[in-house]
Design a protein around this ligand. Structure first.
Ligand code: NAD
Length: 389
């Protein structure tokens, strides 16, 4: 056995622990620069409450900007410029609050503000621009997730989009893992059912893909089993009753575990194709993962039957199955869950056309696809996508 394991330095998890943000943040710096949020977090007073709680611990704060879309190159460059105008530097720390979009924007800016060799994040993204490396440590970062999905609060990358030219790539460095995570599941109670469903399926996809990845590791695998046992029964309840404490806690914890798992083990086909569906077809990340997950499980069944059966036996120990039956049960369980929470079974219902498939295949070859347990040729991936139309 031979592995490295990365995770945030400190994770504070619990219902209503948002109230503790002031004392927790004092170790990070004297001034907080807040990035992320969403219209609903602003309108329901969460951002004002954050500033008030920080001030109570003598931490000054500035709300730098909100973001309502998945972050693009220009969002990172403009926000980093705003931080420069605010004189961001020693003694300051960033707070990334929101879903994956808000946290990723904060993560990218925390890194860009201390690395100023180029004035655009483009030059640091994997496989595009000048291929510059981050040399300086980012500013300290506190991540406060408000959707239960991406696990970005525990990962070492920020996903950045561009529509022209079309790509979705990561800014990545081990030092980009947030220093402190404050995960209060209560914050997700305002997430509407449709977004709860999509972001929740992103977490479930991450847990499954990390477990079966060709870079799978023992600690993440243990976390994945725990996360799946929590998330699989909880997601439909969180969608149908957004105020359920039990369901929101289970989903927030599962999403956090999924982030730790993916940061160490990588992902697979669903997360390989999802950025392509985001860029070429404007499909949100969670929805793209959810639609791709059953096909991903079927595609990898021939090389991961044992692992699927391990998962089934962990989540449903009362049932007696052969290995093949247990593996099949997992696939059917995911399809049934998708149906229950209104995730479509095919891509054409999301507006994807045959003519887009060559671009989708070409744009699916990122870091996530390299974790898929089976290598997929362009012809095979084309066939998989055509079968999903
Ligand atoms: P998101 O952050 O875009 O949020 C979805 C919507 O929910 C937004 O409209 C947002 O404003 C709203 N929202 C957020 N919190 C809310 C709340 N508490 N109440 C009401 N509304 C709320 O969606 P996401 O799925 O969390 O993040 C997607 C992004 O994360 C994508 O760009 C994806 O590629 C990226 N991602 C990053 C990682 C990583 O490791 N860095 C991993 C997976 C995905």
């Amino acid at each position: 056995m031979n592995y490295n394991f990365f995770s945030p330095q400190q994770i504070c998890f619990g219902w209503d622990r948002f109230q503790e943000v002031g004392p927790l943040a004092t170790s990070l710096g004297k001034r907080a620069l807040i990035i992320g949020g969403s219209r609903s977090l602003e309108s329901n007073g969460v951002i004002e409450e954050l500033k008030r709680l920080l001030l109570r611990s003598n931490i000054e704060s500035e709300f730098v900007r909100t973001i309502s879309n998945e972050p693009e190159v220009a969002d990172v460059d403009q926000t980093t410029n705003l931080l420069h105008h605010l004189g961001a530097g020693a003694g300051d720390f960033l707070i990334g609050i929101g879903g994956g979009s808000g946290i990723d924007l904060a993560k990218a800016c925390a890194a860009m503000i201390t690395n100023w060799e180029s004035d655009t994040v483009l030059d640091y993204l994997e496989g595009v621009g000048k291929g510059l490396q981050l040399k300086q440590a980012p500013l300290p970062l506190l991540a406060i997730p408000t959707t239960a999905g991406t696990g970005s609060e525990a990962t070492k990358n920020a996903v950045i989009s561009s529509y022209s030219p079309a790509f979705k790539k990561s800014l990545r460095a081990d030092e980009m893992i947030p220093n402190l995570v404050l995960c209060d599941p209560k914050l997700a109670c305002s997430v509407p059912p449709e977004i709860t469903a999509r972001t929740g399926m992103d977490a479930i996809t991450q847990l499954l893909e990390s477990y079966i990845s060709c870079r799978a590791q023992p600690i993440p695998q243990a976390l994945c089993l725990q996360g799946l046992k929590l998330a699989l029964p909880a997601l439909a309840e969180a969608v149908e009753d957004g105020s359920s404490r039990n369901a929101r806690e289970s989903m927030a914890h599962a999403a956090l575990l999924s982030g730790i798992a993916l940061a160490n083990s990588g992902l697979g086909m669903a997360h390989g194709v999802a950025p392509a569906l985001g860029i070429h077809c404007r499909i949100s990340h969670g929805l793209a993962c959810a639609v791709m997950l059953p096909a991903t499980l079927k595609t990898n069944l021939s090389v991961r039957q044992k692992e699927y059966a391990e998962i089934t036996r962990f989540i449903a120990p009362e049932r007696s199955f052969t290995e093949a039956e247990a593996a099949q049960y997992l696939i059917e369980h995911i399809e049934t869950l998708n149906d229950r929470i209104n995730i479509p079974r095919n891509l054409s219902s999301l507006g994807v056309t045959q003519a887009q498939i060559p671009d989708l295949v070409a744009s699916s070859r990122g870091n996530s696809m390299s974790g898929n347990p089976r290598e997929l040729s362009d012809a095979e991936l084309t066939q998989i996508l055509e079968d999903l139309l």
